[in-house]
Write a protein that binds this ligand. Structure first.
Ligand SMILES: [Zn+2]
Length: 428
């Protein structure tokens, strides 16, 4: 429980609608999974705080196509989306129509309105993102040009540029995997006309932000924090940037430590989400696997609304010999060596009894000096890995450049697979 003596403007006790939370907790007892997991106490907040957090694996096992004991009712008035394709383990998720009513808030920070013409570049394949953003944009009364990320493929780009000029597109919405290639391939006159860029679906790191703003030099950039299972979670106003977000209305955020206790200051912990609007497949104390923390500095424009910061995925560590290497270190080393974030895949395998990890990046052939610069930066970030390489207890990390568009992409999401582990039988 929260120590009441510590003042904490960001704790959800300050802003939770207890009546609606009680309604949700009462409703979900219709599902066997929730009936078993909900503690037998009467106080609503106490009940929530005693629930063991739910993971993506729980959703995969107990939502359809598993035992479906998490579903409170037969699916109706909802979309069914597939997700998880980038890791080779697709699952279904249910998103009630009622869950979409605040999605127009995604575009608060960009002040998208009737004067804007927005190209929807979400992958026609990540249907959750594509659909949710069309609905959210329609709530802003702007003009929507649904193009999908496939419109940025080399064989389609000339036509896309023509369409964007004819429609007078001034704003782009998509995942960084679409927006970054858009910046590389759109003609200069189209790029200059882009004054608003909206991103979601992947962590917006400082490197990603710099890359996008370099390509769209007349644009402001805003993002949301969302997952395919939960839908929208955090949004940005005109003031918040980077990876800082306000919770959407109807979303309760908790930051939990490794023991499941709430963190009430700005110490990092696991982002934990409860959505008051979801009924078919409820999202209660769901942990998407991202680390985050309260930003107790807050937002000067909205001092009464909490601000949280996403720090990155907590579960993306790759074993190499006895070292655990953060997946993000590869991206940062690439950014250091190549000056840009290019799509890349990390492949782990075992050769002659030793782990070997290689990074394949879509980029023009890199001279040896750049490969050396990549390795040096990676080893600097991961000293234990450097020690194992020096001791010849794993292979040196290698970097291979491949032609743009040739890395394996998920058929569902269109995203490049971030990690392929041949040691555990991942398919290539
Ligand atoms: Zn704000």
């Amino acid at each position: 429980m929260l120590d009441a003596s510590v003042p904490n403007p960001w704790h959800f006790h300050q802003y939770v609608d207890v009546e609606r939370l009680a309604d949700l907790l009462d409703y979900v007892r219709a599902a066997p999974f929730w009936l078993a997991r909900l503690p037998r106490v009467t106080d609503t907040l106490d009940t929530l705080e005693k629930i063991t957090p739910v993971t993506s694996d729980d959703l995969r096992t107990h939502g359809c196509p598993g035992t479906d004991t998490m579903l409170t009712r037969a699916p109706t008035a909802c979309f069914v989306f597939a997700s998880g394709g980038t890791r080779g383990r697709p699952k279904l998720t249910y998103r009630d129509f009622d869950d979409f009513k605040h999605y127009g808030r995604y575009f608060d920070g960009l002040k998208i309105g009737p004067g804007d013409v927005v190209a929807n570049l979400f992958s026609a394949g990540i249907w959750g993102g594509f659909t949710a953003h069309n609905i959210g944009l329609s709530q802003r009364r702007c003009t929507i040009v649904p193009l999908g990320s496939a419109s940025l493929a080399p064989q389609a780009i000339e036509e896309t540029i023509t369409i964007m000029k004819l429609a007078k597109v001034n704003a782009l919405a998509g995942s960084p995997s679409a927006i970054i290639p858009a910046g590389q391939r759109l003609s200069t006159d189209v790029a200059i006309g882009v004054t608003k860029v909206y991103c979601t679906g992947e962590l917006i790191t400082a490197a990603v932000e710099t890359s996008i703003l370099r390509q769209f030099s007349h644009a402001i950039l805003r993002s949301t924090y969302a997952t395919s299972e939960a839908g929208g979670i955090g949004v940005q106003c005109a003031t918040l940037e980077g990876a800082r977000y306000h919770p959407l209305p109807d979303v309760l955020i908790e930051i939990l430590d490794g023991q499941g206790h709430q963190i009430s200051d700005n110490t990092p912990g696991l982002i934990t989400v409860t959505k008051l609007t979801k009924r078919t497949l409820p999202i209660i104390r769901y942990q998407p696997g991202d680390e985050g923390r309260w930003d107790t500095g807050g937002c000067p424009e909205h001092p009464d609304i909490p601000v949280f910061r996403i720090l990155g995925r907590s579960d993306q560590m790759i074993a190499c010999g006895s070292a655990l290497v953060a997946l993000s270190s590869f991206g940062l080393a690439l950014q250091h060596a190549l000056g840009d974030v290019a799509p890349h895949t990390i492949v782990a395998e075992q050769i002659d009894g030793l782990d070997r990890i290689r990074c394949e990046v879509e980029h023009v052939a890199a001279p040896a000096s750049l490969i050396k610069s990549f390795q040096t930066e990676l080893y600097r970030r991961e000293p234990e890995l450097a020690r194992l390489v020096n001791a010849e207890r794993c292979w040196p990390i290698s970097l291979a450049t491949v032609a743009p568009g040739t890395l394996q992409r998920s058929l569902i999401s269109g995203k490049v697979r971030e990690f392929i582990d041949l040691r555990r039988g991942d398919r290539t």
